[in-house]
Design a protein around this ligand. Structure first.
Ligand code: AOF
Ligand code: ZN
Length: 363
């Protein structure tokens, strides 16, 4: 006999297949089970399209009567782009509803669960809650802070170097780790670098996979608009570009970049430095719900120091570079003591090809 946990795990696995496809919405999976048999299943595929429950009920038809609904997120109670799922559940004839976690969207926030309970349907909340929270970490962060979820990605040697003193860095990690980074780019709304990286490497910052992936919006932190007009990122045919700058920038250059299709986002500065938190708030208003922060080391350091990173992904290559002037991933200002370190918690360590991948969250 399969347990509630077993069915919820299936629903979570279904939901996970849509990761990166539903932004700004969460990923959600739903399964209808009657007498131990799955009679309906569904996922939310894309914002604006039907919710997971709708697909599951559609598949189950009459079999939904007397069934148990397993859903990874509380059924919604509001009219968004689609009508409330809680009403659908209420009228479906299901006898029990198992929910992994509440919807942090203030428009829902428990109201969906209450509506179903008041209809006399048995509801259980919290089955595989931790997994469900992790799966929707991006969406939950968005709902609470109204800012994008920032993932800092670093590829470094075992001795913590990301480039030789010349800036040469191709390649530190192996093919499999680099492929994973393209899979990540395929999932996020934005990819952010400093203008230093644009000047040094002239990167494309696009997604290159065996299939047609999604290109995230390229976001360049560039207070003085030093991005060259012929830089790959200034070419907006393949992917969109936002340049984040300050009021002090050259208006003429801004116009020329805009003519190439670049969006110029003017953000307040503090001592000549673009304010990181304001940048994120404004990017969220532009529809960016998550960002892959790909450096370089000064941008990484300022986001890290301002506590603007929600997740760290560090790929460690089995190589030692050494050297006094080689680059490290989070440079910034010198600190005097270990007490000034930002503290993290490791959640996963995994081997990817020849490299290690460490996942960590700030405490
Ligand atoms: C569910 N099942 O599959 C999803 C839910 O604009 P709408 O109508 O698509 O509503 C989006 C909101 O609905 C989203 O912010 C979240 O609160 C909830 N998403 N709820 O019951 C689903 N995707
Ligand atoms: Zn819904």
């Amino acid at each position: 006999m399969k347990t509630d946990q077993d069915f919820m795990r299936m629903a979570l696995d279904l939901a996970a297949t849509a990761k990166g496809k539903t932004n700004p919405n969460p990923v959600v999976g739903a399964i209808l089970v009657k007498d131990g048999v799955i009679v309906g299943s569904g996922i939310h595929r894309k914002a604006g399209e039907p919710h997971a429950e709708v697909h599951a009920f559609h598949m189950a038809g009459e079999h939904a009567k007397g069934a148990t609904l397993y859903v990874t997120l509380e059924p919604c109670s509001h009219f968004g782009k689609t009508p409330p799922c809680a009403n659908l559940v209420k009228d479906s004839g299901v006898k029990r509803v198992v929910v992994a976690t509440e919807d942090p969207n203030p428009a829902v926030g428990g109201k969906g669960i209450n509506l179903i309970k008041h209809a006399g349907i048995e509801v259980e909340v919290g089955v595989l809650k931790e997994e469900a929270l992790k799966l929707n970490e991006r969406f939950i962060h968005n709902m609470i802070y109204e800012m994008p979820f920032v993932i800092s990605k670093v590829a470094m040697t075992l001795d913590g170097k990301i480039a030789a003193y010349t800036g040469h860095s191709k390649w530190i990690t192996g093919e499999e780790a680099r492929r994973e980074v393209h899979e990540l780019r395929n999932e996020v709304d934005g990819i952010l670098v400093g203008v230093g990286t644009v000047l040094a490497d002239n990167p494309k910052l696009t997604t290159r996979l065996d299939f047609q992936g999604k290109n995230p919006v390229r976001i360049i932190m560039d207070s003085n608009l030093r991005t060259p007009l012929d830089a790959h990122v200034a070419d907006c045919i393949e992917a969109k570009t936002i340049i984040v700058t300050t009021k002090e920038r050259n208006d003429e250059k801004a116009k020329l970049l805009e003519e190439k299709g670049v969006k110029i986002l003017t953000v307040p500065s503090i001592n000549g430095k673009i304010a990181g938190d304001m940048t994120l708030k404004m990017l969220y208003k532009e529809g960016i719900t998550d960002i892959l922060l790909e450096g370089g080391s000064e941008i990484n350091a300022s986001f890290m120091r301002e506590n603007l990173i929600q997740k760290y992904l560090v790929y460690v290559a089995p190589k030692i570079l050494g050297g006094k002037s080689s680059y490290t991933p989070y440079r910034g200002e010198d600190v005097e003591t270990i007490n000034e370190a930002v503290h993290l918690r490791y959640t996963d360590v995994e081997k990817v090809g020849e490299d290690l991948k460490i996942t960590a969250y700030p405490l």
